[in-house]
Each structure stands twice: as structure tokens, then as C-alpha cells.
Design a protein around this ligand. Structure first.
Ligand code: GLY
Ligand code: MN
Ligand code: MN
Length: 442
């Protein structure tokens, strides 16, 4: 599998070079230097925060754990990696990952971060730096740090994944699916939220710091907290329902997966099944030419039908959407671009200069407003929650007249439902990376 990914890397680098050529020419630069970053330290302490590498850097090279490295790219030349590998007996110095990928790129080893200065010789031409520059870069002669016009172009094109990136994301999905199966088994076996989280990490082989985002592991009412970050240690609790939103990384590419489980058959289990149907219908809509804003609005309509059929609202789906009642139960966007970052960049960019496509009125949290194209990977994550804050608002502003409060009271102890897959848009039938990964395990 690794070799398969490696064979795609040369074409990936060629595509990054092509995109960079266009972006540099359009914005008046001669060369790109992409800096990996440097750990940040906690206040008055010698302990760093977990290191998160510059996403641009890990797009060029499959390295996610090495500070003070640079990738240099000049149009017409091979890219060059300046790999910082200090002589250090306190830590294990970063290692170059093995593999054929090194054939596509020149590598120089740096013993000190400052060694990069002479190697980069920044006096030549107009060089754009991409990354968070450390203070000493100030007088190295870069024409600009993170010029917005250049970044807008690179970000805009990043939506289209290369075959290498798609292969990495399939693997990130497989790893995530393994974790989800282990966490589900832990839940049904009596584990606490904390223990289900540990089971997830063990099955994926990833430390917490290597996950693309903090796992959301929520039992019962906690499933109504959209980004629930607490990990309850108690085993002895009702355990009616389990929502887990957890992803994985492969070579810096993310998966982002949510599943919801009901302990018993019954009203909540039926609601989960109904939401699964909604989610699958929406996944089928990931087609080239589809405006993602329409997919989001379609989700509201479909969730409105579920709310009506379950007796949660007293009106029809059209009224529930028109009167913003669906937003009480589904208050987030239907999904987002996925890749090097979980909520990947340029979700609102209507063109290479980054002109924003507005969100539909009344939908402030939608993260993607563009028209889908082959090669993109997006999440599709409809939800239905019983959130006190939003229910109270609806009660106060009159929307509550359309809500059946007895049904809400019965379902509230289950918290909520979210089902999230990662879906690649193709010229034809969409590729569901998540469902394929679960199917391969079954
Ligand atoms: N895991 C965060 C999200 O689904 O967007
Ligand atoms: Mn997501
Ligand atoms: Mn998620």
C-alpha cells in the first residue's frame, strides 16, 4: 500500500510545481520558500505546545513532525528540501521517512536552523515565504511573507486532490474506520467515554497529538454538544446513545468521521436510521456542477421531513425550513472541504483571487459555498440534536408553537445524532471513502 502511494508522489509534486508556477507568475514572485514552522512555548515554561506543521509544507513533502525545515521551489527547477536534523541528545532528531518519494526532490540536511540562510541565498529574485516566519527571517531578504494574493491562488487550487492525495485520504479513512469499530465495541462493552477514546487511539495507532482534531466521544445528553471536548471517566451511567466524531491522519491528510449508536431499538434508533437515509441521499448529491449551498438547503428540507415524520414538529418540512425551525435541530453546515486541514481552506473562494461566495441568508456556519468539481473531497454530515440553548430560543421567539415538546422531552436524553462521511467528487458516481473503509473491514 505504501509503495502504491509512493508511486503517485512524483506526479503530485509535478502538479504542485505547475500550480506554483501559475500562482508565482500571476502575483509577481520568482520563487517560493515554504517553512515548516517552529514549536511555540507555554507561558514562562520550557514546555512547547504540540507542534502542528504548516499545511503547505506537508503538501510538498510527507513530513509532519520536523520543525525548522524549508521546501524551496523555483519554477523550472527541482524542489529542494532543507531538512533540519540537529545534533541533539535530549530528543530523537527528526528522521526522513523512507521511501521512493525522495527521488522527486533534492534534500540537504541542516544542523542549525540558521544554516538555511546561506543555502537559500534569499537575495536572488523576488522570493515569497509561506509559513509562520521566526524572528530571524526578518532580514533574510524575502520579498513578502504569506502574500495574500499568492496564498489565495494556492488555497483555491488545493480543493482538487491529486491521485496521491486521494490515496493518502483513503488510507486516513481506513485508519479512522478501524478506530471507530474499536470505540463502538468499547461503548457496547461498558467502557467510559475516556476508555472508548483510548480504544480509538489504540486501534488507529495514533497518539492524541497525531489526530486531526480532538476526538468527540459523547454519551447521552452530551451528544447535543456539537464539539463536546470532555472525556467522562464514569462507566456507571445511563448509556442510551453514543456519538463519536473522530478522524485519523495519513501523511498529513485527514479523515473526519462521525457515527451515532443507540443502545436499544426504539424511537431513537429509528431516528438514527432515518438520518442515515438522509445522509446517504445527500452523499449521492456530491456531483460535479452541484452548488454545495443547494446540498446544504436540501439537507434542511430532508431533515424537516424527518422531524415531521417523527412527530418532533407539528408542521410540514417546507414550513419547518421557511420558519427556521430546522435550524433549531440542525444548527451547523452540511460539511466542508477536507484534506491537509480538517476544515480545509478556501471553502468560500469563488475564484483564484479568493472573492467570497456568500453563505445563504440564515446559515452562518456553512463552511463551503462553492460549486463541486471532480477531485474534491468534502464531508457530508447532517445532524439532528436536542440543544437546550436553541430550544429555549425557539420557545421564546414563537417557533416553539410548531414543536411537540412532549416528543422533544422523550428524545432529549439521547442528545443527538450526526452521521458524517468523507466523499470524493468524481466525474460519475461519488466515491464514499468512509463507507468503503468500513466495508473493507467488515
Ligand atoms: N470534526 C469536526 C467536523 O466534523 O467538522
Ligand atoms: Mn466535519
Ligand atoms: Mn467531524
Amino acid at each position: 500500500m505504501l509503495q502504491e502511494v509512493d508511486t503517485l508522489y512524483a506526479a503530485h509534486v509535478a502538479e504542485l510545481a505547475r500550480r506554483s508556477d501559475t500562482a508565482l507568475a500571476a502575483t509577481g514572485f520568482d520563487r517560493l520558500v515554504v517553512y515548516s514552522g517552529r514549536p511555540q512555548y507555554q507561558f514562562q515554561d520550557d514546555r512547547p505546545y504540540p507542534f502542528a506543521v504548516n499545511p503547505h509544507f506537508k503538501q510538498w513533502v510527507p513530513i509532519t513532525d520536523a520543525p525548522d525545515c524549508c521546501v524551496e521551489y523555483t519554477p523550472g527547477q527541482r524542489p529542494r528540501l532543507l531538512f533540519h536534523q540537529p545534533a541533539d541528545y535530549w530528543h530523537r532528531p527528526p528522521q526522513l521517512p523512507p521511501g521512493d518519494w525522495q527521488r522527486s526532490i533534492d534534500v540537504e540536511i541542516l544542523r542549525e536552523p540558521g544554516d538555511a540562510r546561506a543555502l537559500l541565498d534569499a537575495g536572488r529574485g523576488r522570493t515569497a515565504l509561506v509559513g509562520e516566519p521566526p524572528p530571524e527571517f526578518a532580514d533574510w531578504g524575502y520579498a513578502a511573507s504569506n502574500p495574500p494574493a499568492l496564498l489565495a491562488r494556492l488555497h483555491y487550487e488545493r480543493a482538487v486532490k491529486t491521485p496521491y492525495e486521494l490515496a493518502c485520504m483513503r488510507l486516513a479513512s481506513s485508519i479512522g474506520a478501524r478506530g471507530h469499530v474499536a470505540a463502538r465495541d468499547a461503548y457496547f462493552g461498558g467502557a467510559s467515554e475516556f476508555e472508548a477514546h483510548l480504544a480509538y487511539c489504540a486501534a488507529t495507532g495514533l497518539t492524541e497529538g497525531e489526530l486531526p482534531y480532538g476526538n468527540i466521544v459523547a454519551y447521552d445528553e452530551s451528544a447535543a454538544v456539537l464539539h463536546y471536548q470532555h472525556l467522562d471517566r464514569a462507566r456507571d451511567r445511563p448509556r442510551r446513545s453514543f456519538l463519536i466524531d473522530a478522524g485519523a491522519h495519513f501523511r498529513g491528510y485527514a479523515s473526519d468521521i462521525t457515527r451515532t449508536w443507540s443502545t436499544d431499538q426504539g424511537e431513537f434508533a429509528a431516528l438514527v436510521a432515518a438520518m442515515d437515509h438522509v445522509q446517504q441521499a445527500l452523499c449521492a448529491g456530491v456531483r460535479p456542477g452541484r452548488d454545495y449551498r443547494d446540498l446544504h438547503l436540501e439537507a434542511h428540507l430532508r431533515i424537516g421531513r424527518v422531524l415531521a415524520e417523527a412527530g418532533i414538529v407539528r408542521c410540514g418540512a417546507d414550513t419547518a425550513v421557511a420558519e427556521r425551525i430546522t435550524s433549531v435541530f440542525f444548527p451547523h453546515g452540511i460539511g466542508h472541504l477536507l484534506g491537509l486541514q480538517v476544515h480545509d481552506v478556501a471553502g468560500l473562494a469563488g475564484d483564484p483571487s479568493g472573492t467570497e461566495i456568500p453563505r445563504p441568508d440564515g446559515h452562518p456556519f456553512l463552511r463551503l459555498t462553492r460549486v463541486l468539481q471532480p477531485g474534491w473531497v468534502v464531508t457530508v454530515e447532517p445532524g439532528l440534536y436536542f440543544i437546550d440553548l436553541l430550544l429555549d430560543e425557539a420557545r421564546a421567539d414563537g417557533r416553539g408553537r410548531q414543536i411537540d415538546w412532549t416528543t422533544v422531552a422523550r428524545l432529549k436524553p439521547f442528545g443527538g445524532i450526526r452521521i458524517e462521511d468523507d466523499v470524493a467528487c468524481t466525474a460519475g458516481t461519488p466515491e464514499n471513502l468512509t463507507r468503503d473503509a468500513f466495508a473493507a473491514l467488515a
